[in-house]
Design a protein around this ligand. Sequence first.
Ligand code: GDP
Ligand code: IMO
Ligand code: MG
Length: 426
Amino acid sequence: MAVDVLLGLQWGDEGKGKIVDVLTPKYDIIARFQGGPNAGHTLEFEGIKHVLHTIPSGIFHKGVKNVVGNGVVIDPVVLKIEIDKLIPMGVNVKEQLLISRKAHLILPSHKLLDKASEISKGKAKIGSTLKGIGPTYMDKTGRNGLRVGDVFAPNFKELYNALVEKHKNILKNFDFEFDIESLEKDFFEGIETLKSLTPIDSEHYLNDAWKNGKKILAEGAQGTLLDVDFGTYPFVTSSNTITAGTCTGLGIAPNKIKNVIGIFKAYCTRVGSGPFPTEEDNEIGERIRQIGNEFGATTGRERRCGWIDIPALKYAIMINGVTELAMMKGDVLDSFETIKVCTHYIHNGEKIDYFPYSINDSVTEPVYKEVKGWQTDLTKLKGDDEMPEALTNYIDYLEALLEVPISIVSVGPDRKQTIMRKELAS
Ligand code: GDP
Ligand code: IMO
Ligand code: MG
């Protein structure tokens, strides 16, 4: 059986959690491959609204296994809070949640380092979620990190203390007050919760499942434009958010990947700093923010809003090998008379249709085509045949530009507000 991948094509928050939840009944295993609690994936069903940060979005489907892969960084404090919320909802966490022994741990001091680094950057700050993501991945690649497997070692506390000592030495260089000890109680409680879960060698587990005909969906976090290699560096996260991240973050070989489902909003948002050529930092952006409830699921920060960006989407489709598209939040544009589509950029005075090395605001201007809005309530739409003509035209236009079918159209946050236009190849 093949492995499918679902990931974001913009700057995150495209609606990955919702679509993973919708597609989970088709799969046996849902697996996160990168990122950590910087993610906030929202699921809405049966009147419940639930945000997941570390745990994959298949967790509400009985019998489905949810794997946190080696490429993920885990904050035991956040994980414990997530688990404590799921248990009263009847989720059998012990049975359904499996954690890679090779996943790295976010220590309290990683979060302090994140904060110190952001403060020291001043105006040039990344706008990090301050969840300790960057410093934890730095320790991973710097070969200093602690992994889930280490918590079972008799000398775990010594390993922990040694790493914290290193962090204290770094923190001394910042003009920054900190108190690591006050954060340790919660951390070690989280470690106890982690120890009560089922640790696995996720690369073996997933490859064995694959051999036995199980269907696996890899769930991305963040989005392609936040990828550490291909995103708007340095305003990115510290992991590979792209399809290739599935291979390194789960131990799944590239030739096992089949469908790559790329998710995008019918417009565009970004939270945190960095360039955003199609941003509408004005009443249009505010209107989208209010209607779309564009506030961060992890930090509550206002999301910056603007129009859809085709050169950026084409770039993301290319890097990820996207085979299917899911268009989210079309309903947010219900009241707009006209909708703008950025088809090109004027970059250093030249008209281009690709995503260049730098999209710094001062050198990149969007070129728009205006299309007619549908001015219809989409939220009760049940199928393709009920779509207003202007929406069908918008979808056809995007498909022609992007050269990939839009197989899923989402018209509201609820599980049920999803139109499957085409079944995924199995
Ligand atoms: P993720 O990080 O990609 O999982 O996305 P988030 O959960 O951070 O943000 C997406 C937000 O949009 C959440 O509040 C969802 O409930 C909501 N949402 C998802 N799809 C739709 C949709 O089609 N229409 C509307 N109005 N909201 C949606
Ligand atoms: P999901 O999975 C949107 C952004 C932060 C910041 C940058 C670096 O919910 O789509 P980090 O904490 O990783 O060091 O922050 O990346 N960012 C996200 N933006 N959605 C996310 O996740 C994000 N995770 C990180 O705002 O600009
Ligand atoms: Mg999110």
